[in-house]
Ligand binder design. Structure first.
Ligand code: 2P0
Length: 347
Protein backbone atom coordinates (compact mmCIF):
# COMPACT_ATOMS: atom_id res chain seq x y z
CA UNK A 1 0.00 0.00 0.00
CA UNK A 2 2.85 2.37 0.90
CA UNK A 3 4.36 1.94 -2.54
CA UNK A 4 1.13 3.24 -4.13
CA UNK A 5 1.66 6.69 -2.66
CA UNK A 6 4.29 8.10 -4.99
CA UNK A 7 3.62 10.42 -7.90
CA UNK A 8 6.22 11.34 -10.49
CA UNK A 9 5.68 14.47 -12.58
CA UNK A 10 7.09 16.40 -15.51
CA UNK A 11 6.09 19.82 -16.83
CA UNK A 12 6.72 21.40 -20.22
CA UNK A 13 5.76 24.58 -22.02
CA UNK A 14 5.38 24.84 -25.80
CA UNK A 15 4.63 27.87 -27.91
CA UNK A 16 2.28 27.90 -30.82
CA UNK A 17 3.49 28.35 -34.38
CA UNK A 18 2.16 30.36 -37.29
CA UNK A 19 2.43 28.89 -40.76
CA UNK A 20 3.77 31.14 -43.51
CA UNK A 21 3.39 28.33 -46.06
CA UNK A 22 0.19 26.62 -45.00
CA UNK A 23 -0.65 23.00 -44.35
CA UNK A 24 -4.15 22.28 -45.64
CA UNK A 25 -5.23 18.81 -46.64
CA UNK A 26 -4.30 15.28 -45.60
CA UNK A 27 -3.44 12.27 -47.70
CA UNK A 28 -3.86 9.99 -44.66
CA UNK A 29 -6.27 11.05 -41.92
CA UNK A 30 -5.25 8.48 -39.31
CA UNK A 31 -1.50 9.00 -39.47
CA UNK A 32 -2.04 12.72 -40.24
CA UNK A 33 0.06 12.93 -43.39
CA UNK A 34 -0.26 16.18 -45.36
CA UNK A 35 -0.61 16.80 -49.08
CA UNK A 36 2.18 19.38 -49.07
CA UNK A 37 5.19 20.61 -47.09
CA UNK A 38 4.67 23.64 -44.86
CA UNK A 39 6.84 26.25 -43.13
CA UNK A 40 6.11 28.08 -39.90
CA UNK A 41 7.58 30.45 -37.39
CA UNK A 42 7.39 29.46 -33.75
CA UNK A 43 6.34 32.23 -31.39
CA UNK A 44 8.06 33.28 -28.22
CA UNK A 45 6.88 30.86 -25.48
CA UNK A 46 6.11 33.70 -23.06
CA UNK A 47 3.04 34.67 -25.11
CA UNK A 48 0.86 32.08 -26.85
CA UNK A 49 1.78 28.79 -25.26
CA UNK A 50 0.49 25.64 -23.62
CA UNK A 51 1.81 24.43 -20.28
CA UNK A 52 1.30 20.77 -19.51
CA UNK A 53 2.04 18.71 -16.44
CA UNK A 54 1.97 14.94 -16.71
CA UNK A 55 1.98 12.68 -13.69
CA UNK A 56 2.26 8.96 -13.17
CA UNK A 57 1.38 6.99 -10.07
CA UNK A 58 0.51 3.36 -9.31
CA UNK A 59 -2.61 4.71 -7.62
CA UNK A 60 -4.05 6.06 -10.92
CA UNK A 61 -6.58 3.59 -12.31
CA UNK A 62 -6.88 5.09 -15.84
CA UNK A 63 -5.43 7.79 -18.08
CA UNK A 64 -7.17 11.14 -17.50
CA UNK A 65 -6.76 14.66 -18.84
CA UNK A 66 -7.87 18.17 -17.86
CA UNK A 67 -7.76 21.02 -20.39
CA UNK A 68 -7.93 24.50 -18.87
CA UNK A 69 -9.24 22.92 -15.66
CA UNK A 70 -12.04 20.89 -17.28
CA UNK A 71 -11.80 17.15 -17.67
CA UNK A 72 -11.89 15.97 -21.28
CA UNK A 73 -12.29 12.51 -22.72
CA UNK A 74 -9.08 10.80 -23.76
CA UNK A 75 -10.92 8.28 -25.89
CA UNK A 76 -10.16 10.18 -29.12
CA UNK A 77 -7.78 8.37 -31.44
CA UNK A 78 -5.30 11.25 -31.50
CA UNK A 79 -4.58 11.24 -27.75
CA UNK A 80 -4.41 7.47 -27.82
CA UNK A 81 -1.90 7.57 -30.70
CA UNK A 82 0.40 9.97 -28.83
CA UNK A 83 0.19 7.99 -25.57
CA UNK A 84 0.80 4.71 -27.37
CA UNK A 85 3.75 6.03 -29.39
CA UNK A 86 5.46 7.59 -26.35
CA UNK A 87 4.87 4.51 -24.15
CA UNK A 88 6.45 2.42 -26.91
CA UNK A 89 9.61 4.53 -26.67
CA UNK A 90 9.69 4.77 -22.84
CA UNK A 91 12.87 3.87 -20.92
CA UNK A 92 13.72 2.98 -17.32
CA UNK A 93 13.20 5.78 -14.81
CA UNK A 94 14.88 5.93 -11.42
CA UNK A 95 14.41 8.41 -8.61
CA UNK A 96 16.90 7.11 -6.07
CA UNK A 97 16.15 9.73 -3.45
CA UNK A 98 12.52 8.61 -3.27
CA UNK A 99 13.26 4.95 -3.97
CA UNK A 100 11.21 4.88 -7.19
CA UNK A 101 12.19 2.63 -10.04
CA UNK A 102 10.07 2.17 -13.16
CA UNK A 103 11.27 -0.39 -15.69
CA UNK A 104 10.57 0.28 -19.35
CA UNK A 105 8.20 -2.70 -19.49
CA UNK A 106 6.25 -1.28 -16.49
CA UNK A 107 4.99 1.76 -18.43
CA UNK A 108 2.34 -0.29 -20.24
CA UNK A 109 0.60 -0.99 -16.93
CA UNK A 110 0.89 2.53 -15.46
CA UNK A 111 -1.63 5.31 -16.02
CA UNK A 112 -1.03 9.02 -16.43
CA UNK A 113 -2.88 12.17 -15.44
CA UNK A 114 -2.43 15.19 -17.70
CA UNK A 115 -3.23 18.83 -16.90
CA UNK A 116 -2.84 21.36 -19.69
CA UNK A 117 -3.45 25.11 -19.85
CA UNK A 118 -3.43 27.45 -22.82
CA UNK A 119 -2.77 31.12 -22.15
CA UNK A 120 -4.84 32.05 -25.23
CA UNK A 121 -8.24 31.16 -26.76
CA UNK A 122 -8.62 27.47 -27.52
CA UNK A 123 -9.69 26.46 -31.04
CA UNK A 124 -10.14 30.02 -32.33
CA UNK A 125 -7.70 29.62 -35.18
CA UNK A 126 -4.63 30.44 -33.11
CA UNK A 127 -3.16 26.97 -33.41
CA UNK A 128 -3.95 25.92 -29.86
CA UNK A 129 -3.81 22.25 -30.86
CA UNK A 130 -0.28 22.80 -32.17
CA UNK A 131 1.01 24.08 -28.84
CA UNK A 132 -1.12 21.56 -26.92
CA UNK A 133 0.00 18.35 -28.62
CA UNK A 134 3.64 19.46 -28.90
CA UNK A 135 3.61 20.15 -25.18
CA UNK A 136 1.85 16.90 -24.30
CA UNK A 137 4.32 14.82 -26.30
CA UNK A 138 7.34 16.66 -24.93
CA UNK A 139 6.14 16.39 -21.31
CA UNK A 140 5.33 12.67 -21.68
CA UNK A 141 8.71 12.04 -23.30
CA UNK A 142 10.39 13.76 -20.37
CA UNK A 143 8.38 11.79 -17.81
CA UNK A 144 9.06 8.46 -19.52
CA UNK A 145 12.74 9.23 -20.20
CA UNK A 146 12.32 8.90 -23.96
CA UNK A 147 15.72 9.31 -25.59
CA UNK A 148 14.65 9.99 -29.18
CA UNK A 149 15.75 13.08 -31.09
CA UNK A 150 13.34 16.03 -31.43
CA UNK A 151 12.70 15.14 -35.07
CA UNK A 152 11.49 11.69 -34.01
CA UNK A 153 9.25 13.25 -31.35
CA UNK A 154 7.83 15.55 -34.03
CA UNK A 155 6.41 12.51 -35.83
CA UNK A 156 4.58 11.55 -32.62
CA UNK A 157 3.23 15.09 -32.09
CA UNK A 158 2.09 15.06 -35.74
CA UNK A 159 -0.26 12.18 -34.90
CA UNK A 160 -1.93 14.43 -32.30
CA UNK A 161 -2.35 17.37 -34.63
CA UNK A 162 -0.49 17.98 -37.86
CA UNK A 163 0.73 21.48 -37.08
CA UNK A 164 1.96 20.33 -33.64
CA UNK A 165 5.03 18.71 -35.16
CA UNK A 166 6.34 22.17 -36.05
CA UNK A 167 6.04 23.46 -32.45
CA UNK A 168 8.77 21.18 -31.13
CA UNK A 169 11.38 23.56 -32.54
CA UNK A 170 11.84 27.29 -32.10
CA UNK A 171 12.63 29.63 -34.97
CA UNK A 172 11.67 28.68 -38.52
CA UNK A 173 10.51 25.14 -39.07
CA UNK A 174 9.65 23.03 -42.09
CA UNK A 175 7.29 20.08 -41.91
CA UNK A 176 8.41 17.77 -44.69
CA UNK A 177 5.37 15.88 -45.97
CA UNK A 178 7.44 12.75 -46.66
CA UNK A 179 6.38 10.06 -49.09
CA UNK A 180 6.48 6.83 -47.09
CA UNK A 181 3.17 5.14 -46.36
CA UNK A 182 3.94 4.64 -42.66
CA UNK A 183 4.63 8.38 -42.20
CA UNK A 184 8.10 7.82 -40.74
CA UNK A 185 9.55 10.57 -42.99
CA UNK A 186 6.76 13.07 -42.33
CA UNK A 187 8.72 15.08 -39.77
CA UNK A 188 9.65 18.60 -38.72
CA UNK A 189 13.11 20.05 -39.27
CA UNK A 190 14.46 23.36 -38.05
CA UNK A 191 15.41 25.74 -40.88
CA UNK A 192 16.83 28.46 -38.62
CA UNK A 193 16.83 28.88 -34.87
CA UNK A 194 15.10 31.59 -32.83
CA UNK A 195 18.07 33.97 -32.92
CA UNK A 196 18.30 33.97 -36.73
CA UNK A 197 15.84 36.81 -37.41
CA UNK A 198 15.36 38.54 -34.08
CA UNK A 199 14.17 41.86 -35.52
CA UNK A 200 10.96 40.31 -36.84
CA UNK A 201 7.88 41.35 -34.84
CA UNK A 202 4.61 39.41 -34.88
CA UNK A 203 1.40 41.11 -33.78
CA UNK A 204 -1.78 39.14 -33.24
CA UNK A 205 -5.10 40.92 -33.46
CA UNK A 206 -7.74 38.76 -31.82
CA UNK A 207 -10.88 39.49 -33.82
CA UNK A 208 -12.85 36.73 -32.17
CA UNK A 209 -11.98 34.23 -29.48
CA UNK A 210 -15.03 32.10 -30.23
CA UNK A 211 -14.52 28.54 -31.36
CA UNK A 212 -14.48 28.29 -35.14
CA UNK A 213 -17.53 26.86 -36.90
CA UNK A 214 -15.66 24.48 -39.20
CA UNK A 215 -12.86 22.59 -37.50
CA UNK A 216 -9.60 22.34 -39.43
CA UNK A 217 -9.99 18.58 -39.65
CA UNK A 218 -13.44 18.79 -41.26
CA UNK A 219 -12.46 21.74 -43.44
CA UNK A 220 -9.40 19.96 -44.78
CA UNK A 221 -11.35 16.82 -45.55
CA UNK A 222 -13.95 18.78 -47.52
CA UNK A 223 -11.26 20.74 -49.38
CA UNK A 224 -9.43 17.55 -50.36
CA UNK A 225 -12.70 16.06 -51.62
CA UNK A 226 -14.01 19.07 -53.53
CA UNK A 227 -11.39 21.74 -54.30
CA UNK A 228 -9.51 21.52 -57.60
CA UNK A 229 -7.54 24.59 -56.51
CA UNK A 230 -6.14 22.54 -53.62
CA UNK A 231 -4.72 19.99 -56.05
CA UNK A 232 -3.06 22.69 -58.13
CA UNK A 233 -1.78 24.38 -54.99
CA UNK A 234 -0.23 21.27 -53.46
CA UNK A 235 1.28 19.95 -56.68
CA UNK A 236 2.39 23.11 -58.45
CA UNK A 237 2.34 26.23 -56.25
CA UNK A 238 3.66 25.07 -52.88
CA UNK A 239 6.75 23.19 -54.16
CA UNK A 240 7.89 26.37 -55.95
CA UNK A 241 6.97 28.67 -53.11
CA UNK A 242 8.78 26.53 -50.59
CA UNK A 243 12.13 27.02 -52.29
CA UNK A 244 11.56 30.78 -52.48
CA UNK A 245 10.48 30.95 -48.84
CA UNK A 246 13.50 28.99 -47.59
CA UNK A 247 15.73 31.39 -49.51
CA UNK A 248 13.93 34.48 -48.13
CA UNK A 249 14.29 33.18 -44.56
CA UNK A 250 17.94 32.32 -45.06
CA UNK A 251 18.72 35.80 -46.39
CA UNK A 252 16.35 37.60 -44.01
CA UNK A 253 14.82 39.13 -47.12
CA UNK A 254 11.69 40.75 -45.68
CA UNK A 255 10.06 41.96 -48.94
CA UNK A 256 10.17 38.44 -50.42
CA UNK A 257 9.16 36.84 -47.12
CA UNK A 258 6.20 39.26 -46.79
CA UNK A 259 5.05 38.77 -50.38
CA UNK A 260 5.13 34.98 -50.12
CA UNK A 261 3.44 34.96 -46.70
CA UNK A 262 0.52 37.11 -47.87
CA UNK A 263 0.18 35.17 -51.14
CA UNK A 264 0.09 31.85 -49.34
CA UNK A 265 -2.47 33.02 -46.81
CA UNK A 266 -4.62 34.37 -49.66
CA UNK A 267 -4.39 31.08 -51.53
CA UNK A 268 -5.26 29.01 -48.48
CA UNK A 269 -8.43 31.11 -47.98
CA UNK A 270 -9.14 30.87 -51.71
CA UNK A 271 -9.01 27.07 -51.35
CA UNK A 272 -11.52 27.39 -48.50
CA UNK A 273 -13.83 29.37 -50.81
CA UNK A 274 -13.25 26.78 -53.54
CA UNK A 275 -14.48 24.06 -51.16
CA UNK A 276 -18.04 22.79 -51.30
CA UNK A 277 -19.74 23.90 -49.14
CA UNK A 278 -17.45 26.97 -49.00
CA UNK A 279 -15.64 27.71 -45.74
CA UNK A 280 -15.40 31.29 -44.50
CA UNK A 281 -12.71 31.71 -41.88
CA UNK A 282 -11.96 35.40 -42.43
CA UNK A 283 -14.67 37.97 -41.69
CA UNK A 284 -15.24 41.66 -42.52
CA UNK A 285 -12.87 42.76 -39.76
CA UNK A 286 -10.18 40.45 -41.11
CA UNK A 287 -10.61 42.00 -44.55
CA UNK A 288 -10.24 45.48 -43.09
CA UNK A 289 -7.02 44.38 -41.37
CA UNK A 290 -5.67 43.22 -44.72
CA UNK A 291 -6.45 46.61 -46.24
CA UNK A 292 -4.73 48.33 -43.34
CA UNK A 293 -1.68 46.16 -43.79
CA UNK A 294 -1.38 47.40 -47.37
CA UNK A 295 -1.45 51.00 -46.08
CA UNK A 296 1.58 50.48 -43.87
CA UNK A 297 4.64 49.99 -46.01
CA UNK A 298 6.70 46.80 -45.38
CA UNK A 299 4.24 44.70 -43.38
CA UNK A 300 2.75 41.30 -43.94
CA UNK A 301 -0.27 39.33 -42.78
CA UNK A 302 -1.38 35.76 -42.53
CA UNK A 303 -4.64 34.14 -41.41
CA UNK A 304 -5.17 30.62 -40.16
CA UNK A 305 -8.46 28.80 -39.77
CA UNK A 306 -10.14 31.76 -38.08
CA UNK A 307 -10.64 35.53 -38.39
CA UNK A 308 -7.68 36.59 -36.22
CA UNK A 309 -4.94 38.57 -37.92
CA UNK A 310 -1.30 37.65 -37.60
CA UNK A 311 0.59 40.74 -38.70
CA UNK A 312 4.33 40.67 -39.29
CA UNK A 313 6.69 43.65 -39.30
CA UNK A 314 10.41 43.63 -40.14
CA UNK A 315 11.36 45.55 -36.99
CA UNK A 316 10.00 47.33 -33.91
CA UNK A 317 9.80 50.69 -35.68
CA UNK A 318 7.45 49.41 -38.38
CA UNK A 319 5.55 47.33 -35.79
CA UNK A 320 5.03 50.51 -33.76
CA UNK A 321 3.63 52.32 -36.78
CA UNK A 322 1.37 49.39 -37.60
CA UNK A 323 0.10 49.24 -34.03
CA UNK A 324 -0.59 52.98 -34.07
CA UNK A 325 -2.68 52.59 -37.23
CA UNK A 326 -4.48 49.58 -35.78
CA UNK A 327 -5.42 51.52 -32.67
CA UNK A 328 -6.59 54.45 -34.80
CA UNK A 329 -8.84 52.37 -37.06
CA UNK A 330 -9.85 49.83 -34.40
CA UNK A 331 -9.95 51.83 -31.17
CA UNK A 332 -10.32 49.79 -27.99
CA UNK A 333 -13.82 50.02 -26.47
CA UNK A 334 -14.46 52.81 -23.96
CA UNK A 335 -15.11 51.89 -20.31
CA UNK A 336 -18.81 52.58 -20.84
CA UNK A 337 -18.92 50.24 -23.82
CA UNK A 338 -17.01 47.62 -21.86
CA UNK A 339 -19.48 47.92 -18.96
CA UNK A 340 -22.48 47.47 -21.22
CA UNK A 341 -20.74 44.53 -22.86
CA UNK A 342 -20.07 42.86 -19.53
CA UNK A 343 -23.60 43.58 -18.31
CA UNK A 344 -25.03 42.21 -21.52
CA UNK A 345 -26.64 45.47 -22.71
CA UNK A 346 -26.72 45.17 -26.46
CA UNK A 347 -28.55 48.43 -27.18
C1 2P0 B 1 -1.16 25.48 -40.66
N1 2P0 B 1 -3.59 25.16 -40.19
O1 2P0 B 1 -0.26 25.14 -41.47
C2 2P0 B 1 -2.58 25.43 -41.18
C3 2P0 B 1 -3.00 26.72 -41.79
C4 2P0 B 1 -4.68 26.04 -40.27
C5 2P0 B 1 -4.46 26.87 -41.47
O2 2P0 B 1 -2.50 23.41 -39.37
O3 2P0 B 1 -6.38 18.04 -38.35
O4 2P0 B 1 -5.13 21.82 -36.21
O5 2P0 B 1 -5.12 18.52 -36.25
O6 2P0 B 1 -3.89 18.06 -38.37
O7 2P0 B 1 -3.00 21.07 -37.37
C6 2P0 B 1 -4.63 23.72 -38.53
O8 2P0 B 1 -4.77 22.35 -38.62
O9 2P0 B 1 -5.20 20.15 -38.10
C7 2P0 B 1 -3.51 24.09 -39.39
P1 2P0 B 1 -5.14 18.61 -37.75
P2 2P0 B 1 -4.44 21.33 -37.45
O10 2P0 B 1 -0.90 25.88 -39.52
Amino acid sequence: KESKKWVLMATARSPTNIAVIKYWGKRDETLILPVNDSISVTLDPSHLSATTTVAVSPSFDRDRMWLNGKEILLSGGRYQSCLREIRRRAEDVKDEERGICIKREDWEGLHVHIASFNNFPTAAGLASSAAGFACLVFALAKLMNVKEETTELSSVARQGSGSACRSLYGGFVKWAMGNKEDGSDSIAVQLANETHWEDLVILIAVVSSRQKETSSTTGMRESVETSSLLQYRSQVVVPRRLIQMEEAIKKRDFPSFAKLTCADSNQFHAVCLDTSPPIFYMNDTSHRHVQLCFLVHRTSYTYDAGPNAVLIAPNRKVAHLLLQRMLFYFPPPSEKELDSYVLGDTS
